[in-house]
Design a binder for this molecule. Structure first.
Ligand code: ASP
Ligand code: MG
Length: 411
């Protein structure tokens, strides 16, 4: 088989970690498989470089940042290649450019436009294991661009797709995807399989297992993903298109929590055409992502509009919203950063009434007030007080019986 194996930063935190991963790769090669390795930067290297940059420049240029941040992955790839060679496995490191990855010009969040895997194929043909630096590619003018945080996942999936690999395995410090973050809900159970839509909702609602753009790419190209732990032999989770299931799926597959959001409210803006257009156009043009939006029934020709944004965007959003409020002649602005979003996700809720009511009942039984509600076909999200976040997650997890049975935890 031709296998792409991607190893995340926490699997490469030290020289010993690199050796451990190299042994794992060696075992796969010795089983007779061809392997293409994709590596992230070691440990917290990317964060450290970012911190260093902000110490030296208030507003570093996006091009220079990418030039800098990409070096973390370049280092890992060379270090991994020499470790493999030391173990007797012929190997060669590749930067994004050397691996044929062409990206868009959006520094810091570039999209992969094309992969020309010729050089990787040439290496494989002569028995060399390529070790590709993740998270990076080059623009058509040859500048390095990075693929957004967690972007090595995208590198691995794009390369697996370009090579027509038999599998794409993504290794991290967790054994795949769980019904909830096991650090918050110790009873959470591992999920054997998820479809792309569920994984996409989970990733974008705050589960940190796979990069959202990577899941989107995998869905578009139908690349199955095997998410596994570097440190255990657990089977992990397969993410692929859902087959027609003979047994009925449970309504909820997993619960996600995002504690890093803020709630913005405009109170008493005119109930007239163009109000929402003005507000959300201005936010959009500044690159601020808006998620849940609520505008309820109007009263006395006035409306209240509320929406959520990422907490990191509050500073940029506040002056924009303030300006809109003044332009529109609204009454007041409120920004609440003490909120969290808890989401129940599952394609089993499609066409099944009553699932939302069960989520709300679970929260009501815990005396947790719901401030905003948002839904998609396969997701129910509630905005609640941040202090209640973890309890809310547990209550919904219990309501849908997602935990492992007690005996399973004990043995
Ligand atoms: N090193 C980059 C990050 O920390 C990319 C990655 O790990 O996939 O975001
Ligand atoms: Mg990382």
């Amino acid at each position: 088989m031709l296998i792409v194996q991607k190893y995340g930063g926490s699997s490469l935190g030290s020289a010993d970690h690199v050796k451990n991963v190299a042994r794992k790769i060696q075992r796969t090669v010795e089983q007779g498989h061809q392997v293409v390795v994709v590596v992230s930067a070691m440990g917290d290297n990317t964060d450290d470089l970012l911190e260093l940059a902000t110490k030296l420049s208030v507003n570093p240029s996006a091009r220079e940042l990418d030039q800098l941040l990409s070096t973390g992955e370049t280092q890992s790839s060379a270090l991994m290649a020499m470790t493999l060679e030391h173990f007797g496995v012929p190997a060669k490191s590749f930067s994004g450019r050397q691996a044929g990855i062409i990206t868009s010009y959006d520094y810091g969040k570039a999209r992969i436009e094309q992969v020309d895997p010729r050089e990787l194929r040439n290496a494989l043909a002569v028995g060399i294991t390529p070790v590709v630096a993740g998270y990076q590619g080059v623009t058509r003018s040859g500048d390095v661009a990075t693929l957004g945080r967690g972007g090595s996942d995208l590198t691995a999936i794009a390369i697996a797709n370009a090579l027509g690999a038999d599998r794409c395995e993504i290794y991290s410090d967790v054994a795949g995807v769980y019904t909830a973050d096991p650090r918050i809900i110790p009873a959470a159970s591992p999920l054997g399989m998820l479809n792309y839509d569920e994984m996409l909702e989970l990733s974008s609602q705050g589960a940190q297992v796979l990069q959202t753009q990577a899941v989107e790419f995998a869905r578009g190209q139908q690349v199955p993903i095997y998410a596994r732990s570097t440190f255990t032999d657990e089977p992990g989770t397969i993410i692929r298109e859902g087959k027609k299931e003979s047994v009925e799926k449970p309504p909820v597959t997993a619960i996600a929590l995002n504690r890093h959001i803020a709630k913005v409210g405009l109170i008493g803006v005119p109930d007239a055409p163009g109000v929402a257009a003005l507000l959300f156009q201005e936010l959009g043009e500044s690159g601020i992502n808006v998620e849940l939006i609520i505008q309820a029934l109007s009263h006395n020709q006035l409306n209240d509009i509320a929406f959520t944004i990422e907490e990191d965007d509050v500073e940029a959003a506040e002056p924009i919203v303030q300006r809109c409020l003044e332009k529109l002649g609204g009454n007041a602005l409120s920004i609440d950063t003490q909120v969290a979003k808890v989401s129940a996700i599952g394609s089993g809720m499609l066409g099944r009434p009553g699932v939302a009511a069960r989520v709300f009942k679970a929260l009501a039984n815990g005396h947790i007030n719901i401030q905003m509600i948002g839904t998609s076909e396969i997701k129910i999200s509630c905005i609640i007080d941040r202090d209640d976040a973890e309890r809310a997650m547990r209550l919904i997890h219990e309501e849908f019986h997602l935990g492992q049975s007690q005996e399973m935890i004990e043995d």
